[in-house]
Design a protein around this ligand. Structure first.
Ligand code: ATP
Length: 298
């Protein structure tokens, strides 16, 4: 594999680490760990999540080396499982279980993306997900229980469908809000609001059932309305955080997809304030329309 492809994938790995850090530090985030508090996660803290991000960085570095060495997907899946176990053993809880899986899958898919367009990239993600779950079989997890109980899609359907919450919801919501309001933090809250309305989050179902999911969808619509009216949505977010903590309500899947969406926006060169560099994902018309896929394909 040529060295430029390897350096592209290392750049993407860096954006994946930056994306999950941007998600962690976005504040306020109702029910989730952020700069203010641990939300509805009494087993998590800002410091624990920061340590977890270092584990993710090491994991992605191992994946890059495995991909550059031409190893097969089963090897990368094994590296992922080992990283997930290390995360739980080191930190005593599932700090970034979902994001660890999503980031690994996206990196492997980008490496094998057959051409530089988004549709092919999405198809590659879906194909790899199918291969992964066929080989893995069923695991007894909170997510699996919610998929059985509620017919929820969770992370499995999200990746099997090629990450619609990222490509069709979060990224367009961020870019539209940035175009209108010109402020990255407002655009971030618009992206969070859209994910709250669209992610079929098994951590929400596990905590508060379908009532919890309806509540988060309703609150996502309200945040979107406040932003559309030009209102400051942060007081409402602070109020939601207090209510979600009282309800033990969370949205871990929304958070995972938020981090992955930040990564993709970084990789497309869409985030303001980041030094100009050749983004691994090309944008077609320069107006933040990431319609091109991974340009590093061999
Ligand atoms: N900032 C964040 N705060 C909390 N969770 C996050 C954050 N970012 C991502 N997550 C995701 O949410 C998951 C935590 O959700 P949750 O704690 O409900 O899962 P769980 O550990 O399976 O369930 P429980 O803690 O109820 O036993 C993490 O594994 C991670 O993937």
């Amino acid at each position: 594999m040529n060295s430029s492809h390897t350096s592209d994938i290392e750049l993407l790995a860096m954006f994946l680490v930056k994306g999950v850090a941007m998600e962690l530090y976005l504040t306020p985030k109702p029910g989730l760990v952020d700069l203010n508090d641990c939300g509805s996660h009494h087993d998590l803290s800002l410091a624990t999540m920061e340590r977890s991000i270092h584990i993710i960085a090491d994991y992605l570095d191992q994946l890059c080396r495995s991909l550059a060495a031409g190893e097969e997907f089963a090897r990368q899946a094994a590296i992922g499982r080992r990283a997930e176990q290390a995360m739980l053993a080191d930190l005593g809880t599932n700090t970034h279980k979902g994001y660890l899986f999503l980031s690994g899958l996206l990196l492997v898919a980008a490496w094998h993306a057959p051409s530089a367009d988004e549709q092919s990239f999405r198809e590659r993600i879906a194909a790899l997900a199918g291969e992964f779950f066929a080989a893995r079989g069923e695991q007894v997890t909170h997510g699996q229980q919610q998929r059985a109980l509620h017919g929820a899609g969770g992370i499995v359907r999200e990746v099997m469908n090629g990450l619609p919450a990222l490509f069709d919801e979060a990224v367009p919501a961020y870019l539209a809000a940035l175009e209108i309001h010109g402020h990255p933090k407002i655009a971030s809250f618009a992206m969070l609001a859209r994910l709250m309305q669209t992610v079929d989050d098994t951590t929400t179902l596990h905590r508060c059932g379908s009532m919890g999911l309806s509540r988060i969808r309703r609150d996502g619509r309200q945040i979107e309305r406040l932003i559309a009216m030009g209102e400051d949505c942060e007081p409402f977010l602070h109020r939601l955080n207090r209510e979600y903590i009282r309800m033990n309500l969370t949205m871990g899947g929304v958070a995972d997809m938020l981090g992955l969406s930040y990564c993709y926006l970084l990789a497309c060169g869409c985030l303001l304030g980041f030094p100009e560099r050749h983004p691994p994902f090309e944008r077609k018309n320069g107006h933040g329309n990431p319609s091109e896929g991974f340009s590093g394909a061999a």
